[in-house]
Design a protein around this ligand. Structure first.
Ligand SMILES: Cc1cc2nc3c(=O)[nH]c(=O)nc-3n(C[C@H](O)[C@H](O)[C@H](O)COP(=O)(O)OP(=O)(O)OC[C@H]3O[C@@H](n4cnc5c(N)ncnc54)[C@H](O)[C@@H]3O)c2cc1C
Ligand code: FES
Length: 266
């Protein structure tokens, strides 16, 4: 789905909470929320940072969009996320969005949402969007992480009554002791075909895409690359496209981040 419009605004932080290295931040951004779609992202930086250097903004998936408030969930991995984690409610962010092309909502009656690590972030809004489009849909979230602690950041998915959630962890501290692709194979074997949406580490998405190709299931992948400008200007987020005219590259920030799996060399 394409962005209807992109906004740059000053968004007040309404809530922020961090536990270990995982933070949840809710930002007032009505203009962005009004046009946002599942799978799109925002670029944010502290508004007090007056450098006006777009390289200081960082991209985050829209986790939730409710009544003009958008929520992001992020992991502290470097300077940008460390600075954001130090901010407090009432402080203001420079926010640009919604950016990129989000998920196409399939008309299939069954939907498998496969997330790994911080790639789980966009699946809450995706599940709500599918349910809103067709409340009869069967929606199954298959979530994988290294440990149960990482999955705790996304506990709110368990509150969606229309969503069935299954977990997998590398260390066996929650759910299936193993890979999330095992859950997908089992769920499809038990439940039958459906549309697959995937976001997470590249090896996970590659496994999901190959499985879907073998089973002829429609599959979309949401890619996360390092991004600088976020709007197609710096060409820093290029990935190799399959059957793409021109230089053979697609840009995650404007052509994605969501792609049909067959359009990308994973
Ligand atoms: C479309 C999109 C959506 C995203 N959504 C989320 C989200 O919802 N939650 C979340 O926690 N993160 C998300 N990310 C990743 C997030 O943007 C980066 O973790 C963040 O920009 C790192 O900034 P930093 O300054 O803290 O770290 P930096 O100092 O820039 O980097 C620290 C380390 O993280 C690595 N890194 C930076 N960006 C990425 C990336 N995109 N993927 C993998 N490794 C990276 C760097 O190579 C480096 O090793 C998303 C990225 C994209 C492109
Ligand atoms: S991040 Fe600059 S072109 Fe995509």
């Amino acid at each position: 789905m394409h962005a209807k419009a992109k906004h740059q605004l000053q968004g007040e932080i309404r809530e922020i909470s961090c536990r270990d290295e995982y933070c949840r931040m809710t930002i007032a951004a009505p203009a962005i929320c009004h046009v946002a779609a599942a799978g799109q992202f925002v670029m944010v930086k502290p508004a007090a940072d007056k450098s006006n250097d777009p390289l200081f903004r960082r991209p985050f998936s829209l986790h939730q969009v409710v009544d003009g408030l958008l929520t992001i969930i992020f992991k502290i991995v470097g300077r940008g996320t460390r600075n954001l984690a130090k901010m407090q409610a009432g402080e203001v962010l420079d926010v640009v969005g919604p950016l990129g092309k989000g998920f196409q909502l399939s008309s299939e009656p069954r939907h498998y949402l496969v997330g790994g690590g911080m790639g789980i972030a966009p699946l809450h809004l995706l599940a709500e969007s599918i349910n809103r489009q067709n409340p009869q849909s069967e929606i199954i979230a298959l979530l994988g992480a290294r440990t149960a602690r990482e999955l705790d950041a996304f506990a709110d998915l368990q509150d969606l009554r229309f969503l069935r959630v299954e977990l997998a962890t590398d260390d066996g501290t929650a759910g299936h002791h193993g890979l999330v692709i095992d859950l997908l194979e089992r769920a499809v074997a038990a439940g039958g075909r459906g549309a697959v949406y995937s976001c997470g580490p590249w090896p996970m998405m590659k496994a999901v895409a190959l499985y879907c190709r073998a089973k002829q299931l429609p599959c979309q992948v949401s890619l996360e690359t390092v991004m600088a400008c976020g709007v197609g200007a710096c060409l820093g987020c290029a990935v190799s496209g399959a059957d793409v005219a021109g230089d053979g590259y697609l840009h995650v920030c404007k052509d994605g981040p969501v792609f049909e799996a067959g359009k990308i060399w994973l």
